[in-house]
Write a new protein. Structure first.
Length: 677
């Protein structure tokens, strides 16, 4: 049977697009095959790679396609062949929002012709190939417009004419005209292009999502004298203090009315005394719930003044979102179906045996009325968005359903793409990663409990180079109101300094709970506990911010170093270097765009001087192995001239437990004299 008699269109098992020969696979970055979004920030170049190939030897053309979710038309950029059928394309994101990207590829017959033409040797073969090329150029002219169409049509005519003449060099020159080929390539035949079926999601956040410096503070402990409940106005009076330390996010624990029923006393005591203020996380009382302010803190107008005052100082106010209730929260009375009721007629309080939180009722997300609960909680976020808040620290998100977070974060960020959500989820790794995939902008980490060189190296290598690097943005906290780690309990001043340097240089996002941190609060409630003695969670605290042993100045110096060095403002580019002492850890961060390189050495032993030899990767640092180079300690101002990859370091924790070196590379100028970058 002649081939044209096969009833292709009538055969149901023949694919409709069988003439599309290009194959596209292995697109990266991609989170779970495109189920979840890759994350970037404004100004980032988004590098996309894919395996693109076809049968035979024809030349492939590949394009990277991208668009905002609210755009109809795709934008495109050419992809470059990397070898072994791997291709790469890049686009830059200029504003926050949700994007899509994918890859398209096709056999480009004009490129294939142009690739093969100079390799032909037989004169008759060359002339026939020229005729074929003229036809391809005619087709491009038909797709072109204006002057381009005319120039291509004229080129095709000249090529046919040259093919009829005996002079082959002239024919070759006409066929391989670079300028005209560039015009032809603007109008490819994409009728048989293959486009990858997945439109990969991309969320673009503002830069603070990638680089932020948080300070947590209880407004109620900002009172003018011990024992006096602080207000939001008192909190505003401390904005200069926070800003001078170099923080850009002021995070407030819950500022809502605190329940009176089952209120906890100092040190989490069940017995209550008159005047006990309770835990801010026991939200809700007769005065209101999640959209109300604790009356002792002030009014919404006071809150607005705080937000404005913070903004004037380069600070943003972040609010704690704790979706849980005190027993006397209005929701318990108005929406009893949103809670889990026990057989004895009481509501199930929160617990994680043996821990019990009698003053907190969790929501019942399996309630038949779950849709109304979701809508109400979304309304809480909408309320505070209306008050100018754009950063939320979310308490225990791992105890609420994943579908809820995916829904509410998507809903919020579609209307307010500048919103940042920090997930406070100290839980199992896969749960933490799932929350990040679902939309949380930043995530707490296990840094608080990673103290040895081995543990720190393994953990941060995984965070920065593992599969989570495209969606999990770590935020490192040396302490929180809930966590006083053992290292800080016994390490003294040097331990606080070392942990601050580690948090601030290993991660582009970090925070501290103050003033407990800068005043080196280190007494646990009891031996073996990570709870603070006289925890601020349950009582007012008076802090002497002017204490001479305060670390405020040291913190300000570290934060200034972060602001001045782009290498510390992202998590990529982190590399650990060998050092022959397990009490010393050495690592670098490099920003290629600014040629900024920071080298950090930290003494992990807060009690004793430690020394060792570090072996640097000079290529990674951009240092000429044949020339000496300077390392400038940004913490102390000291300068050292190093040579080669192997260099000696010694750190006395009573003086400074860390070096934060800026690499200053010695280079030769045209005038043949040296200077330092």
């Amino acid at each position: 049977m002649p081939i044209d008699e096969f009833p292709v269109t009538a055969t149901p098992d023949v694919p409709a697009a069988g003439d599309r020969r290009a194959v596209i696979e292995g697109i990266a970055p991609a989170v779970d095959g495109g189920r979840f979004a890759v994350k970037r920030v404004v100004g980032d170049e988004v590098d996309v790679e894919a395996d693109c190939f076809a049968d035979g030897h024809d030349v492939l053309a590949c394009r990277l396609r991208w668009r905002r979710d609210d755009e109809v038309e795709w934008r495109e950029a050419p992809m470059t062949a990397l070898g072994n059928d791997r291709w790469r394309g890049t686009f830059t994101v200029a504003e926050p929002g949700r994007y899509r990207y994918t890859v398209t590829a096709w056999i480009d017959h004009f490129l294939s012709w142009r690739h093969d033409f100079p390799r032909r040797a037989d004169p008759e073969d060359i002339r026939v190939a020229a005729q074929v090329g003229a036809g391809l150029i005619d087709a491009a002219a038909a797709r072109a417009e204006g002057d381009d169409a005319a120039r291509l049509a004229a080129w095709a005519q000249r090529l046919r004419a040259a093919a009829a003449l005996p002079a082959l060099p002239a024919l070759r020159a006409e066929a391989l005209d670079e300028g005209l080929a560039t015009i032809a390539l603007r109008y490819p035949d994409r009728s048989l292009a293959t486009t990858h079926p997945t439109e990969f999601p991309l969320v673009v956040d503002r830069v603070r999502a990638r680089f932020s410096t948080w300070y947590e503070m209880f407004p109620r402990s900002c009172g003018p004298e011990p024992g006096v409940h602080g207000t939001l106005s008192d909190c505003a009076a401390r904005l200069d203090y926070v800003a001078q330390m170099g923080f850009d996010v002021l995070y407030l624990p819950p500022i809502h009315p605190i329940g009176r029923e089952r209120r906890k006393g100092p040190n989490n005591a069940l017995a209550l005394a008159p005047g006990d203020v309770g835990s801010p996380w026991a939200i809700g009382a007769a005065e209101g719930g999640h959209t109300a302010l604790h009356p002792a803190l002030g009014t919404l107008e006071d809150f607005r003044r705080l937000v404005t005052g913070a903004r004037e100082r380069g600070l943003e106010v972040a609010l704690d979102i704790a979706f849980q209730c005190a027993p006397d929260h209005p929701y318990v009375r108005e929406h009893p179906q949103w809670f889990r009721w026990r057989p004895d007629g009481t509501v199930q309080y929160a617990e994680n045996p043996p821990k019990k939180y009698q003053d907190i009722y969790p929501f019942e997300f399996e309630s038949p009325q779950w849709a109304g609960l979701w809508a109400e909680l979304a309304g809480v976020l909408r309320f505070w968005l209306g008050e100018g808040v754009r950063i939320f620290r979310v308490d225990n998100p791992h105890t609420k359903p994943f579908p809820f977070w995916e829904w509410v974060i998507d809903r919020v960020k579609r209307e307010h793409p500048d919103v940042i959500f920090l997930a406070e989820a100290f839980t199992r790794p896969k749960v933490m990663h799932r929350l990040a995939k679902l939309g949380f902008t930043q995530s707490y980490t296990y840094f608080t409990w990673r103290n040895t060189k081995h543990d720190l190296t393994a953990y941060f290598t995984d965070l920065t180079q593992g599969p989570g690097r495209d969606y999990f943005r770590p935020s490192c906290w040396p302490n929180t109101p809930d966590i006083l780690p053992e290292y800080l309990q016994f390490g003294g001043r040097a331990a606080f300094m070392a942990r601050l340097v580690l948090a601030a240089t290993l991660s582009a996002n970090y925070g501290i709970y103050g003033p407990a941190f800068e005043l080196q609060e280190h007494e646990p409630r009891e031996p073996g506990s990570e709870e603070y003695l006289d925890s601020e969670k349950y009582q007012l605290r008076a802090w002497d911010l002017a204490r001479p042993d305060s670390l405020a100045g040291f913190i300000a110096r570290v934060n200034a170093i972060r602001r001045d060095n782009p290498a510390l403002q992202h998590d990529r580019g982190l590399a650990f270097f060998p050092i022959d002492n397990d009490q010393l850890i050495c690592y670098a961060k490099v920003d290629a765009a600014s040629e900024n390189a920071i080298l950090v050495v930290v003494n992990l032993d807060p009690q004793h001087t430690q020394s060792g030899w570090v072996t640097l990767d000079l290529d990674a640092l951009g240092v000429d192995a044949e020339r000496a180079f300077q390392v400038h300690d940004a913490l102390t101002g000291a300068r050292f001239l190093w040579s080669g990859a192997r260099n000696f370091v010694e750190l006395d924790p009573t003086r400074a437990p860390a070096h934060v070196f800026r690499i200053r590379r010695r280079i030769r100028t045209e005038r043949d004299f040296d200077y330092f970058l």
